[in-house]
Design a protein around this ligand. Structure first.
Ligand SMILES: [Zn+2]
Length: 142
């Protein structure tokens, strides 16, 4: 047996086992982060729904999406129309905390020019609960 071959016999199995372990550990870490993001988004959503805030601090867009909460439910203060906003369609850096979106959310039917009544963030949901057609997309009038 030449030395390359014997090295392969001696180390090959250990190297590939270690590789498998590393990949499994990374997968667990990714899942742990997803769980943490989910828990944080859920906690924020409960605080908003149950107590009406405070909205700060809040998870980021990325954390909500990673945690499986893709929709932000909002309500217009004036006409009380509700809408579900898809977080993955908002063209903001994914690191933006979601409380920062509140100021740019506007109800289409109540908006007059650049003025619009304030919008209230209600909760995060996993599925679209309400059709968002009456709402101005946060990026539309920048
Ligand atoms: Zn309105």
């Amino acid at each position: 047996m030449n030395s390359t071959k014997s090295r392969e016999v001696i180390w090959g199995g250990r190297v590939s086992a270690a590789r498998v372990n590393a990949e499994a550990a990374r997968k667990r870490a990714t899942e742990a982060i997803r769980e943490a993001d989910r828990a944080e988004a859920h906690a924020w959503s409960l605080r908003m729904e149950g107590f009406g805030g405070p909205a700060q601090p809040s998870p980021t867009i990325a954390q909500c999406l990673n945690g499986g909460y893709g929709w932000l439910e909002v309500k217009c203060h004036r006409c009380e129309t509700k809408a579900s906003i898809p977080l993955d369609a908002i063209r903001r850096p994914r690191s933006t905390p979601i409380w920062k979106l509140e100021a740019s959310l506007k109800c289409r039917s109540c908006r007059k020019g650049r003025h619009a009544p304030p919008v209230h963030m209600i909760r995060l949901t996993e599925e679209r609960e309400i059709t968002p057609y009456v709402w101005v997309h946060p990026d539309e009038d920048r």
